[in-house]
Design a protein around this ligand. Structure first.
Ligand code: PRT
Ligand code: ZN
Length: 287
């Protein structure tokens, strides 16, 4: 029997391309010849990668041409109908925001009542306006939304923002966040058992890689008298590892720290008597 292969659609070029390819590689998936290709098959994992425009990915997954895909939540919500988010991937972060010219006397959403809003996200914007009982006319344009207010095409714009630099350069101010977005793995609603098995393996790897990125391995020397104070500060996987040092009265303590609380913990560890703290990146974390 022919082995099943999971078909994944990722962006051909653009903001999500590098991180998507890197994520697959960090999952141990061998991808050669990715430059200027439409598709490529991995040599060591049953996966075939399709390189597409991000806007087209939801449709390809819906139609079953691809089984899964990587797109921004903004694209999923705007274009995806019968597909679902399987896993948030932590990159491609941005927000879909409403922006108005700096001179616009914006009080709250009511200020947009009866106004014209330019956007490439008519569906998401429409839902948002409806939910907030704002009647405004939506002008769909496919690009350079941020120039629409300046040239008199609209009174406001709803566009993706990351640093805010583009809005600023176009004389706009961000007034409401409609959606916080990041890249996600999407899948069709029906996926065969064998493909689901491959997807589960891929998900397991993705989660291990992402967990590892959020964690650091730390080693430190602690005088035995202070060991209890130090151990109290450490979560570890089961419990921290404690090894005797050659020098009597001292121990070496190993543990895993979460990135979110990393610096606070390090400060507490130092204060509790830990010395020579060594921090090492973790490549994979299998729980
Ligand atoms: O060719 P293709 O259709 O595949 O690509 P594209 O041009 O449609 O998309 P691309 O590569 O620009 O973005 C792909 C995805 O990246 C988006 O769908 C979002 O999910 C995500 N993303 C993250 C962003 C941004 N950050 C972002 N800043 N997408 C677009 N922008 C734009 C923003 O609209 C603004 O015009 O970048 C500009 C700069 O933003 P500032 O605020 O940093 O100045
Ligand atoms: Zn696009």
């Amino acid at each position: 029997m022919m082995q099943e292969i999971l078909k994944i659609a990722i962006q051909k070029s653009g903001r999500l391309y590098d991180d998507s390819v890197q994520l697959l590689r960090e999952c141990g998936i061998d991808l050669r010849n990715v430059k200027d290709r439409l598709r490529t098959v991995s040599e060591n994992f049953p996966i075939e990668v399709f390189f597409l425009r991000d806007d087209d990915i939801p449709e390809y997954v819906e139609d079953g041409v691809a089984d899964v895909g990587i797109v921004g939540q903004n694209v999923l919500l705007e274009k995806g109908r019968s597909i679902r988010e399987v896993e948030a991937l932590g990159f491609g972060k941005c927000r879909l925001s409403l922006a108005v010219p700096k001179s616009f006397d914006y009080q709250n959403l009511q200020s947009l009542q009866g106004k014209r809003i330019a956007t490439s996200y008519p569906k998401i914007l429409g839902t948002y306006l409806k939910k907030n009982a704002i009647e405004a006319s939506i002008h769909e344009i496919s690009g350079s939304v941020e120039i629409a207010p300046g040239i008199g095409l609209a009174d406001a714009a709803a566009d993706l923002v990351s640093s805010g630099g583009t809005l600023f350069m176009n004389g706009l101010k961000e007034v409401e966040v409609i959606l916080d977005s990041q890249a996600v793995l999407v899948a069709g609603n029906t996926i065969g058992n064998e493909k689901q098995d491959i997807l589960n393996k891929l998900l397991f790897r993705i989660r291990s890689v992402r967990k590892a990125k959020k964690s650091k391995y730390v080693l430190m020397n602690v005088p035995n008298g202070q060991l209890q104070d130090v151990l109290q500060l450490l979560p570890g996987m089961r419990s921290p590892t404690v090894l005797p040092l050659a020098e009597t009265g001292w121990s070496s303590v190993h543990s895993v720290l979460d990135e979110d609380e990393f610096w606070i913990r390090i400060e507490q560890l130092k204060a509790a008597g830990a010395e020579g703290i060594l921090v090492v990146p973790i490549e994979k974390l299998i729980l």
